[in-house]
Design a protein around this ligand. Structure first.
Ligand SMILES: [Fe+2]
Length: 570
């Protein structure tokens, strides 16, 4: 490696998921979330562990770092929210605390950790960071639009950009009282989960409900149409951080929840009431975002490319509705559209400022290569198998969970076969074992399947971009569109409404990711697998061999497929 090569760092932290992106002057980049190393789920602190890991693992000296860039302008974020009306004394006390504990101290921290000078500390606009994150996954896009919708940043809740390969222009900003991100977080809290963390669980609950409150919500709660909609403050509190995100008026209309234990019996009347409310809000959000997109594309060429970024687009149900409604448009959502991904956008921004290239990618394996287990003989023992593929197949067929740990770490919330637990799908018991006993996940969240593109007898994606998204966020597919697996296998993994989040991969994609050779053979052979992240529910996905050892022990698994062989746990 050249020792005079120059680098910049993009950093996001201070809200819910901190991350770092290390970029070279020739446009190569690599990204990592802080939670991978700190082992704190959704860690929002300065990503010092992940930054130092990337720097050391790539052999970079601190003198080679030309600049660091934060994903937002923190003073604008601090001033832009929470001063709009008379709020509680506790609210102002917390605001005052954020002056010291939030990312307003970015410059001091960056100077002390990376030994940079004041002139090397940079700030990207928050929505530009989200936009450039999406652009980092968009090869040869030409002229395009980018819609960003998130919870909150710099006094706004989203933005619309137009751009081409090198430049961009902001066309529109969404106000804080239009925040769908804050709305979904409040709904998540109301349902008994943790807002800004468990939204995917609440989205899964929507499948069990019917949108019976849709008309009421459109008339009284989310009023207006297209980009001019507003969320009625009577039902949601977006201002006072010491109070719940939903109001007493909300509970008077939709009832009180707050207890997640009701979902252990998903057919109970209480969980049905909650699911109906969630399904109604999900339906209205889908409608409103679809209207905004219609407005954006109304005068555009029919094949205009649309990038979608911001935490709201982690919602795969919403994204699938958009791709299906716009089959002629190329629609791109980055693998990590939320704030973790905006570290990539911040690095992209600073690279552009320095006049450096930034190489777009078409895969989600933007993290470091996982360490080989052969370096940890005190934890793992290599087993000489005659045929590791046959052994993996036997394990899957006999209902055992199979752990795989090999390749380049994914960015984004979903495990894509590098750090995954797999189950064969033919027996309900094997899926139940993996979901409820090994992973300890909620019963109402079926395991998502993974299958090879080559084994699909009929295309299920609406266009190339839908296929691309299906690789990292999955695509919403109905049972009857899939012809590979048996109907009993599909019955074990489908949602109650018959849908599933299918991850469609290919031999080429799995080779890029560096996945285990036996896994590649099995997926290529046409076997559909249940795929979930390698961790116990609620923990970050394993990253180091030590995490792997601890998690395998806790889950009661005796071995792991890694380094193209099989290891047992000592
Ligand atoms: Fe954001």
């Amino acid at each position: 490696m050249r020792t005079d090569k120059k680098y910049v760092l993009g950093i996001s932290y201070g809200h819910h998921e901190s991350a770092v992106c290390l970029t070279t002057e020739d446009g190569q980049w690599i990204s990592l979330r802080e939670e991978c190393l700190s082992r704190v789920k959704g860690d929002y602190r300065f990503p010092v562990k992940s930054a130092l890991y990337l720097i050391r693992s790539q052999g970079v000296g601190l003198s080679q770092i030309m600049g660091v860039c934060l994903h937002e302008k923190p003073l604008r974020t601090w001033l832009g929210h929470g001063f709009t009306q008379r709020l509680s004394p506790d609210h102002y006390r917390l605001k005052a605390q954020h002056l010291r504990s939030g990312n307003l101290s970015f410059e001091t921290q960056a100077k002390s950790i990376f030994k940079v000078e004041t002139k090397q500390v940079h700030y990207a606009n928050h929505y530009v960071s989200h936009y450039l994150n999406a652009k980092a996954f968009s090869k040869s896009i030409g002229r395009h639009f980018c819609l960003v919708l998130d919870g909150y940043g710099e006094g706004a809740s989203g933005a619309l950009f137009s751009g081409d390969e090198i430049s961009w222009r902001e066309l529109w900003r969404f106000k804080v009282n239009q925040s769908f991100g804050l709305l979904y977080a409040a709904l998540t809290d109301w349902a008994g989960y943790n807002g800004n963390a468990d939204e995917h669980k609440v989205m899964a609950l929507a499948a069990y409900g019917k949108p019976i409150h849709r008309d009421f919500i459109r008339k009284h709660v989310i009023c207006g149409s297209g980009a001019a909609f507003e969320v009625n403050k009577h039902y949601f509190n977006y201002d006072d951080v010491t109070l719940a995100g939903y109001t007493t008026a909300f509970c008077e209309v939709f009832g009180e929840q707050n207890d997640r234990s009701i979902y252990s019996d998903i057919s109970s009347s209480m969980s049905k009431i909650a699911a109906d409310v969630i399904a109604s809000f999900q339906a209205v959000i889908e409608e409103c975002v679809s209207e905004i997109i219609e407005e954006i594309l109304i005068d555009a060429r029919p094949d205009t490319t649309l990038l979608l970024s911001g935490g709201l687009f982690l919602n795969v149900k919403l994204v699938s509705r958009i791709t299906r409604a716009n089959p002629k448009n190329r629609i791109i959502v980055p693998p990590s559209p939320g704030d973790a991904g905006s570290a990539i956008g911040a690095a992209h921004f600073l690279s552009a400022k320095f006049g450096w290239p930034f190489q777009p990618r078409a895969d989600a394996f933007c993290g470091p290569k996982l360490e080989p287990l052969s370096d940890y003989p005190h934890l793992f023992e290599c087993v000489q198998l005659q045929d590791s593929t046959a052994y993996m197949y036997d394990q899957l067929s006999s209902g055992n969970a199979v752990a795989v740990y090999q390749g380049f770490a994914e960015c984004g919330p979903r495990s894509l076969g590098v750090r995954s637990l797999f189950a064969g799908l033919e027996t309900a018991e094997s899926v139940r074992n993996l979901n409820e006993l090994t992973k300890k996940r909620e019963r109402f969240r079926p395991i998502a399947p993974m299958l090879s593109e080559e084994t699909l007898a009929a295309p299920v994606a609406v266009n190339g971009s839908d296929m691309m998204l299906s690789r990292w966020m999955g695509t919403l597919v109905h049972c009857d569109q899939i012809v590979g697996p048996s109907s009993s296998a599909l019955g074990n993994i489908r949602h109650i409404d018959g849908s599933m989040r299918m991850q469609i991969t290919s031999g080429r994609e799995m080779k890029t990711a560096g996945t285990h050779i036996s896994l590649r053979s099995i997926v290529d052979s046409g076997m559909t697998l249940g795929n979930t992240s390698l961790n116990i529910a609620g923990d970050p996905t394993v990253f180091t061999p030590l995490d792997l050892y601890t998690n395998l022990r806790r889950m009661g698994l005796g071995g792991v497929f890694a380094d193209d062989v099989y290891y047992t746990v000592k």
